[in-house]
Design a binder for this molecule. Structure first.
Ligand code: GLU
Length: 280
């Protein structure tokens, strides 16, 4: 089998709409055109909003669309120990620190508006706190400066498995500091790992070679490349596709039930009609 694998990774928190169908069809078609694998992953780390009925409807919609996935579905709720293991590796490398700041604390500490940035850049209030000082409801943040110096350092660093940490020249450190900062990797109060860390770890676990997803997720790519390099995991090729928008030009969201695949199905549309609607 050719080494080519894509995945569709929906969160089972609502119905699939046209935008999801477009993404899933691209992943599926690319995999099949390359004699590769098309895998399905349910990103259900949000235990409150993820529901088995959405999980079932998503699988039903994909099957109806003719998108057959290979192997079992990977559910992130079954992978929590794996995320903890990788967080422990980052802790061992002294690359994470505990943070007790609330969102309001963070906003107050920011001196300049962060317009144009994908998220607020953390001002570093808790940056000097050691992991030994971690309280039960602290969040865990990446120490980006240390991470970048580790990656820039060409001397091999051996971890407990005896592997080296590869440097990466794909990341511009200045841009990373300005646009990423010390991101939260594990959230406060609930032991829930950040989306981009869980997703990157599982791309490696599922041996994904090509991540094909919407351009709304483009800003997460740099941090995922950094994390994968730090964790000594393979970095896939990323492709970000155009988004399907509504008549006002707004990106479709889960709440757009009118454009849910199940609604179109109930109205008598065919999978081919759906393909035409998204321009495939
Ligand atoms: N679970 C994410 C979503 O539903 C997609 C993650 C990804 O494709 O990397 O938006």
């Amino acid at each position: 089998m050719v080494d080519f694998a894509t995945r569709f990774a929906p969160s089972p928190t609502g119905p699939l709409h046209l935008g999801h169908a477009f993404s899933a069809m691209l992943c599926h078609d690319m995999a099949r055109a390359n004699q590769g694998r098309f895998l399905l992953r349910m990103e259900d780390t949000d235990l409150q909003r993820s529901k088995p009925e959405w999980d079932a409807l998503i699988r039903h919609d994909l099957t109806w669309l003719g998108l057959d996935w290979d192997g079992p579905v990977l559910r992130q709720s079954t992978q929590l120990t794996s995320y903890d293991t990788y967080l422990a590796q980052l802790a061992e490398l002294d690359l994470i620190y505990p943070c007790s700041c609330s969102r309001a604390d963070i906003r107050a500490a920011l001196s300049a508006p962060q317009e144009g940035h994908p998220h607020e850049i953390y001002p570093g209030t808790c940056k000097s706190r050691p992991m030994a000082d971690r309280k039960p409801d602290d969040a865990l943040r990446l120490h980006l400066d240390r991470a970048l110096s580790l990656l820039a350092d060409d001397t091999p660093h051996f971890n407990e498995t005896g592997k080296t940490h590869k440097g990466t020249h794909q990341i511009d450190p200045e841009l990373a500091r300005a646009q990423i900062g010390d991101v939260v990797l594990s959230r406060k109060g609930e032991d829930v790992v950040a989306y981009f860390l869980a997703s990157a770890i599982d791309d490696a676990a599922q041996c994904i070679t090509h991540v094909i997803r919407g351009e709304d997720l483009f800003d997460f790519t740099a941090i995922q490349v950094i994390l994968l390099n730090l964790l000594n995991l393979p970095v896939p090729t990323y492709h970000h596709h155009r988004l399907i928008r509504d008549d006002q030009g707004k990106r479709l969201a889960k709440r757009d039930d009118a454009r849910a695949i199940s609604t179109y199905r109930d109205e008598g549309k065919s999978p081919l009609d759906i393909r035409k609607m998204v321009g495939l």
